[in-house]
Design a protein around this ligand. Structure first.
Ligand code: 13P
Ligand code: SF4
Length: 315
């Protein structure tokens, strides 16, 4: 007997009892995506959080995503099944360091990737995601002085496509930084017709060889709109394969293995161990106990919500 079946039933029952919805990111495991009310990329999840009318939201993703939900829906209970589900990218920018950097650069506006803590967002003028970064940056005057962080690769890419020279924070995602051109070249030799898709958190050489570059939702949309393309080489966290394969069952998706070097952080796979901290059991526990719930300091929340709302208005 598959015990996860009962757990799935129990979770759905609890959702009804508690007027709760489950939001999940594409990087969570397939069993979680299957029971979620909504699965999306960071941008779609933020939009959903802003408009949801359920009393309780269970955010299956990482901590900053649950914080974003709470900032946009402060009157709702936002449950985060595992509060230790962090993000190496969000960790690479501490609020105190950003504050000091801002002080050294008067006249600069701060544009932050959504993968940041609420405290960093409170120091930010406008938030972006991978799905809207170019559009949002294009809305700034051409001569605007911008500090962009914390993802260096995303900022570098946006600089290259907009001709700007934003000051870049030197942060990165430990999962996406492990993708290399050499692994893609090997796969391309075996699958010459395959279209290469890469997330904007990948390094510049990887983005240079990718045919499709963007957020997780960009890759899904492209595959869904190109049924004639039989195979794809995918350079992002492996959780996305679940939705790619579910919605495009007749196309083949080949995950790029990471290039593992000595001393590299995290697991030697293309999975985000933080996203994988979400489990059906923890979702069940969170719904049952109403805990762990996200709480944000009121002063931080007041300042942090503004740049997120600005992003939603612009995109
Ligand atoms: P997306 O906004 O593309 O879903 O990316 C979120 C993320 O954490 C990528 O590592
Ligand atoms: Fe953060 Fe990277 Fe995990 Fe995305 S994949 S949540 S950027 S650590």
């Amino acid at each position: 007997v598959d015990s996860s079946l009962d757990l799935k039933k129990e979770i759905r029952k609890l959702c009804q009892e508690k007027d709760a919805i489950i939001l999940a990111h594409y990087y969570t495991t397939g069993d979680i995506q299957d029971i979620a009310d909504f699965v999306g990329d960071s941008l779609a999840l933020a939009r959903k959080a802003a408009e949801a009318d359920a009393k309780v939201m269970v955010m299956c993703g990482v901590h900053f995503m649950a914080e974003t939900c709470k900032l946009l829906s402060p009157d709702k209970t936002v449950l985060c099944p595992d509060l230790t589900a962090g993000c190496s990218l969000a960790d690479s920018c501490k609020a105190a360091d950003l504050k000091a950097f801002k002080a050294e650069h008067p006249g600069y506006q701060v544009v932050s990737y959504v993968n940041t803590t609420a405290a960093v967002k409170a120091l930010t003028d406008c938030v972006v995601t991978s799905g809207n970064a170019k559009k949002v940056i294009d809305s700034f005057p051409a001569d605007a002085k911008i500090i962009f962080g914390p993802d260096y690769n995303l900022g570098n890419y946006i600089n290259s496509v907009t001709g700007r020279s934003m000051l870049l924070w030197n942060g990165g995602c430990h999962v996406h930084e492990k993708f290399s051109v050499s692994e893609i070249v090997k796969l391309k030799a075996e699958h010459p017709e395959a279209v290469v898709m890469a997330h904007l958190e990948c390094k510049a050489p990887v983005l240079a060889v990718a045919d499709v570059k963007g957020a997780t939702a960009t890759m899904l949309k492209y595959a869904q709109e190109h049924p004639e393309t039989r195979s794809f080489i995918v350079a992002t966290e492996a959780g996305i394969l679940h939705e790619l394969q579910r919605t495009c069952p007749n196309q083949e998706f080949i995950p790029v293995p990471p290039e593992v070097s000595e001393g590299s952080l995290g697991c030697s796979c293309n999975e985000c161990e933080y996203m994988k901290k979400n489990t059906l059991q923890k979702i069940y526990n969170a719904l049952k106990e109403g805990w762990p719930a996200i709480e944000i300091d009121a002063d931080v929340a007041r300042d942090a919500v503004k740049p997120i709302k600005r992003m939603l208005e612009l995109s």
